[in-house]
Design a protein. Structure first.
Length: 274
């Protein structure tokens, strides 16, 4: 045991190696498997008569998955922990519902603001949708590059605002107000950490639509995936149980993220080249 003199601060480095680390062979298998699955999915999409509708389904599904995977970020852990009911039992849950509702409204407002901005950018650039050859190529590139990044084969820029929602807000406002503030801050997506590159793909897809309503829809579905995990607080589980489960599955979430991105990238590449 190391003794520490009074007043001395001991720093602890961030964890970079997880206990269930995937081997390189396992990650290679995941990469190859995702490429094959994505390529076959791209061929199946190309053969459909309603390729455009099917493509929208894929993008919205990916947006929702990205929102769920963003739970494995500092703010994801924090929001679930800090926005818990006070006390136990049905009465505590009932009293917590306004906080849950305001949190959702904050996410909705964030989607409206960010989606409008991205759709306007795409409109000014005269983009005609992500189903064009150019749009598919952009999405394919993002998926393949950041998929390799998440699977630890490539290091690429990961633009993030390295910040969290201020924790002292909970001491200055009622919990339902804090829920709304958290929802708005997280719903704007780029104000805090979001440790899934699927956000970048959905941002690109929203811009490529060139349409305000379509862009808002994509961001809204992503935010829905971010919001719903807070509902775990409706159930009789402790904060320790939730945080421990998230911690045990941190790297699995990153691997799944990489697999989804790689498969999407391969599918979009097939559609762009076919």
């Amino acid at each position: 045991m190391t003794s520490v003199s009074q007043g001395e601060t001991v720093g602890v480095q961030d964890c970079t190696v997880f206990p269930d680390s995937f081997s390189r062979i396992g990650r290679v298998a995941c990469l190859v498997g995702s490429l094959i699955v994505g390529g076959l999915a791209g061929l199946a999409l190309k053969a459909r008569a309603d390729t455009g509708t099917a493509l929208w389904t894929v993008v919205l599904g990916a947006a929702f998955a990205g929102g769920l995977l963003s739970t494995w970020s500092p703010c994801g852990y924090s929001s679930i922990s800090l926005l818990r009911p006070t006390g136990r039992g049905m009465r505590a849950v009932r009293d917590w519902l306004p906080t849950f509702a305001m949190h959702g409204l904050g996410y909705a407002a964030g989607a409206l603001i960010l989606g409008t901005l991205l759709g306007a950018i795409g409109g000014l650039a005269r983009f005609q949708g992500f189903s064009t050859g150019f749009g598919l190529a952009v999405l394919a590139l993002i998926g393949l590059v950041y998929g390799a990044h998440q699977l630890d084969f490539l290091r690429v820029p990961y633009p993030q605002r390295r910040a969290q929602v201020p924790h002292d807000a909970r001491q200055r406002f009622p919990k339902w107000v804090v829920g709304g503030l958290y929802g708005l801050s997280l719903g704007l997506d780029y104000l805090t950490y979001v440790q899934t590159p699927l956000l970048y793909m959905m941002t690109a897809a929203a811009i490529l639509t060139g349409n305000l309503a379509a862009a808002i829809a994509i961001i809204a579905v992503f935010n829905l995936g971010r919001y719903l995990p807070v509902a775990v607080n409706l159930f009789p589980v402790t904060d320790y149980q939730i945080q421990a489960w998230l911690g045990r599955n941190q790297e699995r979430a990153a691997i799944l993220d990489g697999a989804i991105l790689t498969a999407l990238g391969a599918a979009f590449a097939v559609l762009a080249l076919a």
